[in-house]
Design a protein around this ligand. Structure first.
Ligand code: TMP
Length: 220
């Protein structure tokens, strides 16, 4: 079952991808596209999305300090933030019929903590079942591009790197592979977009996917 049942008439749309693939710009595009068609849209992100979950995000991204963050602690913190976010924001929005657009969600955990950090999939699946129950995204837009090109884009911003951005190249290759493997295993839910194309082309593709899904959901 997905989020689209009688008790939760809304839909959950997630955007995923590695660092530097252009998620922020494209999230804004998705939100505007849906709002222009008269839908209530809740735009949110993970980790974070509520004040307390945003505090947990700070802990996760903070590059400061000499004490490394243990990989299991990182995973549990990701799910602690998600539990708060789902209970306080995502479920109430889906229950009142809103379209929730979330910048990263459960697939990021399989890609970053699973393939990136090497935590067994079964552990992540157990936490997923506990925290999400039967809630899964209805549509996931995966922005995909070569990790080297994406890396250049992150570095060219000139901002201080967070704990994840500051990883080695191998980590980003693993994350990309993790995402693509998930996309191939669930082709109905995922749309994989070539994020290296000019922005106009990427957004044209996103609009086509949204058009098709909204029709399928009876929400045009
Ligand atoms: P972003 O908001 O700039 O994408 O940063 C969030 C970071 O958190 C990003 O580097 C990926 C990481 N992350 C995980 O490692 N696991 C997760 O489950 C989520 C949602 C994010």
């Amino acid at each position: 079952m997905t989020s689209a049942d009688k008790t939760r008439p809304g839909r959950l749309i997630t955007l995923e991808g590695g660092e530097g693939v252009g998620k922020s710009t494209n999230i804004a595009f998705v939100v505007e596209w849906l709002q222009q068609r008269g839908h209530e849209v809740v735009s949110t992100r993970e980790p974070g999305g509520t004040p307390r979950a945003e505090q947990m995000r700070e802990l996760l991204l903070d590059p400061q300090g000499s004490e490394p963050l243990d990989a299991d602690a990182e995973l549990l913190l990701v799910f602690a933030a998600r539990a708060q976010h789902v209970a306080q924001k995502i479920m109430p929005a889906l229950q009142r019929g809103a379209l929730v657009v979330c910048d990263r969600f459960i697939d990021a955990t399989y890609a970053y903590q699973g393939v990136g950090r090497g935590i067994e999939t079964s552990r992540i699946a157990a936490l997923e079942q506990w925290v999400l129950g039967d809630l899964r995204p209805d549509l996931t837009l995966l922005l995909d591009m070569s990790e080297q090109v994406a890396r250049q884009r992150v570095l060219s911003r000139g901002a201080v790197l967070d704990r994840f951005e500051d990883q080695e190249g191998d980590f980003f290759r693993a994350v990309r592979e993790g995402y693509l493997t998930r996309a191939h295993s669930e082709p109905q839910r995922f749309a994989v977009l070539d994020a290296a194309l000019p922005l106009e082309d990427v957004q044209q593709h996103i609009a086509e996917v949204l058009e098709q899904r909204m029709q399928q959901w009876g929400l045009e």
